[in-house]
Design a binder for this molecule. Structure first.
Ligand code: IPM
Ligand code: MG
Length: 354
């Protein structure tokens, strides 16, 4: 359902353009299982080129169960080209905010008073670590099959992502939690060393370290403790899906993947996407939640275009529509009005238009 939710994002950006008098120019590129099945490539060169020529990219989820059978010899490249796209575009900083809309407290799977007011950001390293480290191999040896993945980080890769964490924390509640597996993984030992070094440049931000397993527990037991969380790629992948339970649904979780360190008023090239997958079971049925996409377009306006009021208008639009009781299936609570993907997008666009 990538194309469906992305269409709603474009609709909402159109409404922003009309209200604030901006003209956005859209170019469409293909990625994922569909284009792989038509052309043999999940990420055509043309798509990379379109992204490079743009100021920002809005991405729909990729993936299809047709290509997710264990042991399948041929198929699309890992992650349907998405992880290569992130790498080629230099998008090392993945920012995943977790905000709990108070109107959704009636449909939370957790205790409402535990999640009420949660407002944290997970900063996930995106172009290093175990997704990319070499060697990465599936070996057939005389003694049986064997597989290897490599988690590797350079100090520069760690330093720049940790800086993103500190910069974001500085603009918020000034608390940074660095998540690692200190004393077990060498990459974590280095991670912690660098985090401590960088912290001397940010005396106004309080740095704490948390072990990944213990953090996974604290994130559910006491999520209000956290402000900004910075971690390596695989931990960040897992923990951000866990964090979506706080937000009520994966369909509420936006993300920004940035090619630089956000600071005051700078415009960064970025790719914006919901953190959810392609949900093939929901595709084409007009039932997927487009709010993660809507909130991703707000992040795009903020980080790539420095259009703060415009970004806020989308977030306020989402808040308003939820307060009015409109819900897609994934966030339904008692007494709510169920709407489809396109209706939800139109409602948000209408609130943005004012
Ligand atoms: C995410 C996704 C991706 C990832 C997949 C689709 C490659 O799970 O963005 O969290 O693992 O990074
Ligand atoms: Mg993930």
């Amino acid at each position: 359902m990538g194309p469906e939710v992305t269409a709603e994002g474009v609709k909402i950006l159109g409404a922003v353009g009309r209200r604030f008098h901006h003209a956005f120019t859209f170019r469409e590129g293909q990625i994922g299982a569909g284009v792989f099945e038509r052309t043999g490539k999940a990420l055509p060169e043309e798509t990379i080129e379109i992204c490079r020529l743009s100021d920002a990219v809005l991405l729909g989820a990729v993936g299809s169960p047709r290509w997710e059978k264990p042991g399948l010899g041929v198929g699309p490249e890992r992650g349907y080209g998405l992880i290569r796209l992130r790498k080629e575009l230099g998008l090392f900083a993945n920012v995943r905010p977790v905000r709990v809309f108070s109107s959704l407290l009636d449909s939370t799977n957790l205790k409402p008073d535990m999640v009420e007011g949660v407002d944290l950001v997970i900063v996930r390293e995106l172009t290093g670590g175990i997704y990319f480290g070499q060697p990465k191999q599936l070996l057939r040896t005389p003694w049986g099959r064997r597989a290897i993945d490599t988690m590797a980080y350079s100090e520069e890769e760690i330093r720049r992502i940790v800086r993103v964490g500190f910069e974001l924390a500085r603009g918020r509640r000034k608390r940074l939690t660095s998540v690692d597996k200190f004393q077990i993984l060498r990459t974590s030992d280095l991670w912690r060393e660098i985090a401590v070094e960088v912290s001397s440049e940010y005396p106004d931000v309080e740095l704490e370290h948390s072990l990944a397993d213990s953090f996974a527990m604290r994130l559910i037991l006491s999520p209000k403790e956290f402000d900004v969380v910075v971690t390596e790629s695989l931990f960040g992948d897992i923990l951000s899906d866990e964090a979506s339970v706080l937000a009520g649904s994966l369909g509420m979780m936006p993300s920004a993947s940035l090619a630089g360190i956000p600071g005051s008023g700078n415009k960064l090239f970025g790719l914006y996407e919901p953190i959810h997958g392609s949900a093939p079971g929901l595709a084409g049925l007009n039932i997927a939640n487009p709010i993660a996409t809507a909130l991703s377009t707000a992040m795009m306006l903020r980080y790539s275009f420095a259009l703060t009021d415009e970004a806020t208008s989308i977030e306020d639009g989402v808040d308003l529509v939820l307060r009015e009781g409109y819900r897609t299936g994934d966030i339904m609570g008692g007494g709510n009005k169920r709407v489809g993907t396109a209706e939800m997008g139109s409602l948000i666009a209408a609130r943005v238009a004012g």
